[in-house]
Design a protein around this ligand. Structure first.
Ligand code: HEM
Length: 167
């Protein structure tokens, strides 16, 4: 089920760990979805390049997030960071294909991030912000206000699903 501004998954989320985020989650309209899909097609196999750049940015701009990645080599361009960026990219592509059942599609990842890694819900928003900024820098011509809103909604939607422990 998709979030409906302030109701649906947003309302349902208020009692869960992603609650504060849940109330801010807006549904993706058909137009939003089309814009995100178009950008994904344009990025092709480079999605992982940009997610890697977003990871590089989050640990530099928000150093408190480094603690989660302590086992990884966080130097820009490191093999580990690039490998991790590819995993994040693959997960986002899965999410884009499952907008109607995100909690199910991301349940294992949500479990990993909330129960095992205990990632602070705010960090998901920060990573979404870093990715949004990265994409705006690489695709300035595509980054209309409508694209900005569509990506923001998509990334907030994913963040909400990941930050909400299942079961
Ligand atoms: C858009 C949001 C995110 C997505 C799609 C995502 C996706 C993933 C994926 C696919 C994995 C690999 C899972 C596996 O190997 O089975 C992973 C692992 C991990 N994620 Fe995330 N993640 C997100 C946000 C975050 C945030 C915000 C943090 C912390 C600030 C974080 C920290 C980690 C860590 C520490 C690992 C384990 C890395 C390792 O030791 O290999 N993730 N994530």
């Amino acid at each position: 089920m998709r979030p409906r501004g302030g109701e649906g998954r947003g309302g349902e989320g208020r009692g869960r760990a992603g609650g504060a985020l849940g109330s801010a989650v807006m549904a993706l309209s058909a137009g939003d979805e089309a814009l995100v899909r178009a950008l994904w097609r344009k990025m092709g196999s480079n999605v992982g390049v940009y997610t890697t750049e977003a990871l590089e940015r989050i640990v530099l701009a928000f150093p408190s997030t480094r603690i989660y990645f302590a086992p990884l080599d966080l130097s820009p361009g490191s093999m580990q960071l690039r490998a991790h960026g590819k995993k994040v990219a693959a997960a986002l592509s899965v999410a884009l294909g499952h907008l109607d059942d995100l909690p199910d599609a991301l349940s294992a990842l949500s479990d990993l991030h909330t129960r095992q890694l205990r990632v602070d819900p705010t960090s998901f928003q920060l990573l979404g912000h870093c990715l949004l900024l990265t994409l705006a820098r690489h695709y300035p011509g595509d980054f209309s206000p409508a694209m900005h809103r569509a990506l923001h909604r998509f990334l907030t939607h994913v963040a909400w699903a990941l930050a909400s422990p299942c079961g």
